[in-house]
Design a protein around this ligand. Structure first.
Ligand SMILES: [Cu+2]
Length: 537
């Protein structure tokens, strides 16, 4: 990592030229390590990862109704703070028709219950861990004090589990003297002093995040405010959260996952063919396989999250006669855009969110609109469908101005420019995924910044890496030396680096001091080292 204290525009240009050279260096390094990624890179594949094959019989597409995750009621309200309680427990659910699938869940459902909250109104969530392993909850996209941000070693231990901090050695023999462990329960506090948007909460346990999410530990958390409500975007039953995730099912209905330790207790990692990421051959939306949803012939607001471990999608809305409906983007990871952006297809990487409006008014009653994934093949090409059931009055609208509070950081505001590489490499004598050549170590501080500082980060990738920063939102400044793409608009917390690509982001580190993270949100990469500490002082 290099730091540049020079904030003059000409100094930045100088850095850019040097950086361009370093991209070539990055590619060379991948080839040199002789990993399969070099081959993959040469072909610029649409995906990073290997696909599991289900053995259970799979339903035809567009038969199962789209579930809407239940909205959690507060257990109590005191002093302007809403208090929630969630029990993490094992259960079984009927995901494939007629088959029971064991899951790890938040409160017995997958996805977990949705938390609806208001900007600036704090929420506490007491999580109770009744699962057989330690867990820790991270609210993705939350502006959260470090103590509640779900640091991977801040574990909630199940009853009878030995204290990890003092006894157990993590991968590579690492310990974390700063870990804060609790037993059975932990209270997470979320001030939610942030732009309204769709957040999601999920497990973030050191070395085991990917399989824990795969087993079901993910849920939605929506933040709203009066200004957004006043826009008149489609609402109520015409606003739909869509959590997209791929999975694979064994013959007995269990979720297949190539973990080296199926109990997820001791040995982290996945079997060799899946080191680049685990893909399933079943596409779930809100936990249902290729579901269908009946709609009125009006505009709908779709709050889309890619909760897959490693699968990328490029979404299109296609009518029966092959017409593509506009995907009108009104929001990004961190809330409303300044103005709508119209797409006909939209790439979405793991952990990214889009806030979209789709207009079904020109689809004939009885007609169908399929949401397809251009990057899929065979059955993974389908995602879900909408069936237009009836004509209706459209109360929703899309204002030309959506928000006026987006940060407008300029390069000249940056007090520092950092270069960070996201590449395959060696780790503990085997394959790992590294940031600047190093696997994650909770005891090492990788980036130190001051509260309030604006920084530019130049991120370079070998294969696909969706890079996520905790605590802050950022804007994409460039991709491959060119202006950002249309889908990079707005305020992001996850940027999808494509194979061989470099991107620049700019952010201001504000909100809270403390120990945070940035990491790849390909969950397998994250578990295999691709995470780093961000200390805000
Ligand atoms: Cu990655």
């Amino acid at each position: 990592m290099s730091e540049h204290e020079d904030d003059r525009p000409d100094g930045v240009r100088e850095v850019a030229r040097r950086h361009f050279l370093s991209i070539g260096g990055a590619l060379g390094l991948v080839a040199f390590t002789g990993l399969t990624t070099a081959h993959a890179l040469a072909r610029r594949p649409p995906r990073t990862g290997a696909e599991l094959r289900s053995e259970a019989p799979l339903p035809p597409p567009f038969q199962v109704p789209l579930p809407i995750p239940p909205v959690l009621r507060p257990a109590g309200t005191a002093g302007g703070v809403d208090r929630y309680e969630i029990t993490q427990r094992e259960t079984t659910a009927e995901i494939l028709p007629g088959v029971r699938t064991p899951l790890w869940t938040y409160d017995g459902t997958f996805p977990g219950p949705t938390i609806e909250s208001r900007r600036g109104r704090p929420v506490t969530v007491r999580h109770r861990n009744e699962l057989p392993v330690p867990t820790v909850v991270h609210l993705h996209g939350g502006r959260t004090p470090a103590a509640s941000d779900g640091y991977p070693t801040d574990l909630v231990l199940p009853g009878g589990w030995p204290a990890v901090r003092s006894g157990h050695h993590h991968m590579g023999g690492m310990r974390d003297p700063r870990a804060v462990e609790t037993r059975l329960t932990r209270d997470y506090t979320f001030p939610l002093d942030q732009r309204p948007t769709l957040l999601w909460y999920h497990d973030h346990r050191m070395d085991f995040t990917a399989p824990a999410i795969w087993r079901g530990l993910a849920g939605l958390h929506i933040v709203r405010d009066d200004a957004e409500d006043a826009l008149g975007l489609p609402s109520g039953p015409r606003e739909l959260p869509l959590m997209i995730a791929d999975r694979a099912f064994g013959a007995d209905g269990t979720l297949t996952y190539p973990a080296l330790d199926p109990a997820l207790r001791e040995r982290p990692g996945v079997q060799e063919p899946y080191l680049a990421g685990v893909l399933g051959d079943v596409i779930l939306v809100n936990g249902a396989p290729w579901p269908v949803h009946e709609v009125d012939a009006v505009q709908y607001r779709l709050r889309v999250l890619n909760a897959s471990n490693a699968r990328h999608y490029e979404l299109e809305a296609v009518t029966d006669d092959g017409r593509r409906l506009d995907l009108v983007q009104v929001g990004a990871d961190q809330g409303l855009l300044a103005a709508p952006v119209v797409h006909t297809s939209l790439p979405i990487a793991p952990a990214e969110r889009y806030d979209l409006v789709v207009d079904f008014s020109r689809v004939p009653v009885g007609g169908r609109v399929r949401i397809v994934n251009r990057l899929g093949s065979g059955r993974t090409r389908d995602v879900m469908a909408f069936r237009v059931a009836r004509k209706a009055k459209d109360g929703g609208r899309i204002p030309r101005v959506l928000s006026t509070d987006l940060p407008s950081w300029r390069r000249s505001d940056a007090v520092r420019v950092r270069d960070l590489s996201f590449r395959a490499g060696r780790m503990d004598g085997g394959h790992g995924w590294l940031i600047d050549g190093k696997p994650f170590d909770p005891a090492r501080t990788d980036v130190t910044t001051r509260l309030g500082d604006v920084e530019v980060w130049r991120l370079v990738a070998d294969v696909h890496h969706p890079v996520h920063l905790h605590l802050v939102g950022f804007r994409v400044l460039s991709r491959g030396g060119r202006p950002p793409l249309p889908h990079d608009a707005g305020l992001k917390d996850t940027v999808s680096l494509r194979p061989g690509e470099a991107a620049e982001i700019i952010t201001r580190f504000d909100g809270y001091r403390g120990r945070y993270l940035f990491h790849c949100h390909n969950a397998e990469h994250e578990d295999m080292g691709m995470m780093a500490n961000l200390q805000i002082v």
